[in-house]
Structure formats: structure tokens, C-alpha cells
Design a protein around this ligand. Sequence first.
Ligand SMILES: Cc1cc2nc3c(=O)[nH]c(=O)nc-3n(C[C@H](O)[C@H](O)[C@H](O)COP(=O)(O)OP(=O)(O)OC[C@H]3O[C@@H](n4cnc5c(N)ncnc54)[C@H](O)[C@@H]3O)c2cc1C
Length: 419
Amino acid sequence: MCADAAGDGLRVNLPLRGLEVASSSVQTMLADAAHQFALAEMRPAGAALDRLPADAVIAAGSLFWVVQRKFAGFGISPTTLRNLPAEEGAELQSILFEELGWGDAGLAISLGAGMLPTTVALLLGRPEFARRWEGKGLGAWGITEPDHGTDMLDPTHQISDSGHARGRPNCVATVTDGQLCINGQKSAWVSNGPVATHCILFCAYGNGPGSGNCVVYVPLDAPGISRGAPLDKLGQRALPQGEIFFDNVRIPLDCLACPPEEYSRAVYLTLTHANAGMGAVFVGVARAAYEHALAYAHERKQDGVPIIGHQNVRYRLFHMFRKIECARALNRRVMRYNAVNEQQPALQGSIASKITSTQTAFEVASDALQIFGGAGLAREYPMEKLLRDARASLIEDGCNEVLAIKGGSYLFDPARLGK
Ligand SMILES: Cc1cc2nc3c(=O)[nH]c(=O)nc-3n(C[C@H](O)[C@H](O)[C@H](O)COP(=O)(O)OP(=O)(O)OC[C@H]3O[C@@H](n4cnc5c(N)ncnc54)[C@H](O)[C@@H]3O)c2cc1C
């Protein structure tokens, strides 16, 4: 046993976010407020929503709506973050989403996806869409389709098997009588799909061969739009997901935010932002699992001995701590780099952060569950939910193995091959 494990008097009690030094008082204030919100609102709401059928999550008056309303009251928006100096805004964003993820992964993703149309409008240099939607309703990103998953995140075909003919799109926008006309559907995985008020839609443009893709801002109350039933799924159950169907949906031509020639860049910028956000959220999920395990290891007495007295438990906890510190450091770094280099952010950095954080969250949640022993499997404890939430993240926003191939493609420089 190890009564003397930290008995040299040199043990440092680290703050919530570990080895981080707050760089400004604004940062400390926002971080504290976000943590309180995550603790008081998101944790209990996420746990309660996790147990509900998918349609009850979005029913009028559910805790899902309470969290959305209270978060809106915070007054944090893509525009407020962008109005700060680049590095400061990036750090705040990273801290904010870590805290939201710590509160509840599904709700954090819902809040992030809700703001994505505004963020993308700013990234694409179309602030008129940001002005139109910011602070009004809930957004969604419609990109994947029933017949197109991760390949939709790869319009330049860096990851796919080039030996096959491409499948047909499931959702197409055409120009008809001076308006955009949209037909088809997006996949059942669109976050906020069943409840969003507006959507940034990435879809095919025109029916002809080689006509490309486009980005369109779609108000989801337009005639001809319908939704699928909210999806029942393994983890992140507080996040409503479902199809959006388009039946001859007519919207003004000026809702076209990006023509085919700029489409690859739009996907690049959006994925760069979204993957970095995932990186922050899943640092928070990993931290939540680690904190539960650390507390339990002190509380649980087996045969009269607190289990943290066992060297193997301390060894396991240390590796959990180490992985979280690495994932957090990488996320802060990537967010800062991309904010400072806004015109040419590094997608490989965002992918590295998304994969590192989500893999860390999954491994740490699994290790934390192991430390809980049998109790880890019981729904009475938080571990099984955290493991389910983390598992979904390995697929969300692009499957990790496929994203790694895409990230690797940006390391390849044909000019270095020689003749
Ligand atoms: C929680 C969650 C939230 C989501 N939110 C949204 C959203 O807001 N909007 C939206 O549009 N979509 C969303 N998605 C969809 C998500 O982006 C896709 O599920 C993801 O891109 C994977 O697509 P898929 O499920 O069709 O799998 P597929 O692309 O069919 O891939 C299945 C498997 O095949 C393998 N594979 C596929 N391609 C390759 C390749 N080139 N090389 C090697 N292996 C390969 C991989 O192992 C992969 O896991 C969400 C998904 C989840 C789980």
C-alpha cells in the first residue's frame, strides 16, 4: 500500500484544466462561467435526456430546450469570439468547448452545430448570412447523404479508391426560373436535423455531368421541406439527429453561398473548423471520465483498502492524465494556429486534434470504466454513458481512419519526389 505515495510534501493540486496558465482575466471569467453552466445545466440535462426516447428529447419543454435557451443567454457567438484578438478568441473557443464537452457531449455538439452556419458564413466571407441567422434559432450542417458518408468530406478525392465510378448524389440544387430549386435528402445523421431552423447545405449543383457541388443557406421553414424521425442511437443521445428532405424547395438565388469553383475550399474551411471543435469537446469528455475515476479510486475501498493504493490503479490514472494533457495542448495549439492563419488554416492540424481527442476520450472512458469495476457497467454510474458518448466520436465528423488518410494527403508534396 502506498500511504506515502505523495508523501514527499511536493504534490501539486492542479486546477480543473490541468497544466494550463490562464492568459487573461476575460479567459478566467469565461472559463468559470462555462464550467458552472456545464455543471449546473448540462450535466443533469445530459444524464436525463440520455434515458429518453429520441422523440421525447426534442418534445416541447424538454431539458434540451432549457439548455439551448440558457446557453443563448450567455451571449457567446461566433461573432463575439471573432471580434477578440485571434489567439485570445481561439483559446476561449477551445476552453469553452472543452467545458461544454465536460458537461455533456451530445448537448455540446448540438450547441456547436447550431452555431456552425454562422461560423461558416464568416469563414466564407459572407457576413450577411451570419447577420441573418446569428442568435436566431438553431443551425445544422447538412453534408452527408444516405449514399455518401465520409466521401462528402473529401471533394478532392484524396482518400477514396479511384478505381470506381462515383455514385449519384442524393441531394441536388438546380437553378430554375431565377431561383434555386432543391430536391433530395440528407442523411439521418444531420445534427439538430429534426429541430434546426436553418441549415448550411452542401450538395450537388446542377444535373449535368461534371456540374460540381455548392453551398446553400436554407431556411428550414421553406415549403417542400420535411424531416425524418429523430434517430435512436448508442451515444450522444441528447443530440437530436435526423434526415432533412427537400421536395422542389424554392429559395432565392442569393442564398447560394458558394459556387462549384469554390466548393473544395468551403469544405476545407468548414472541416478545419468542425474537427478542431470536436478536438475541444472530446478533451472535455475525457476529462470528465478521468475526474470520475480519480474520485472513485479514492472512495472505493476493496477489502478495506482504497483502490488508489494499488500501483496499477495509479499507473492507469497517470496515463489517463498524460493523454488528456497531450490532447488539450494540441487542441489549443491547433485552434491558435488556425485563428492566426485564418486565410490558410491547416486541416491536417484540426484532423490531428480531432483524432487525438476522440481516441483519448474513448481510451480514457474505457480505462475509467475499468477502474469502476462492475459499477462502471451500471447505469447508476456515469461511466457507461461517457463510453457510449466517446464511441460515437470516432465516427462523427468523418471516421477517424479515413480522416487520417486525408490528413496524410496534406503531408504529401509531389515536388519532393524528384524526377
Ligand atoms: C454523432 C454524429 C454526428 C454527426 N453529425 C453530422 C452532421 O451534423 N451533418 C452531417 O451531414 N453528417 C453528420 N454525421 C455523419 C458523419 O459525418 C458520418 O457518419 C461519417 O462521415 C461517416 O460516414 P458513414 O457513416 O456513411 O460511413 P462511411 O463513409 O460509409 O464509412 C464506413 C466505414 O468504411 C470505412 N471507409 C470508408 N471510406 C474509406 C476510405 N476511403 N478508406 C478506408 N476506409 C474507408 C471506414 O472504416 C468507415 O468507418 C454525424 C455522425 C455522427 C455519428
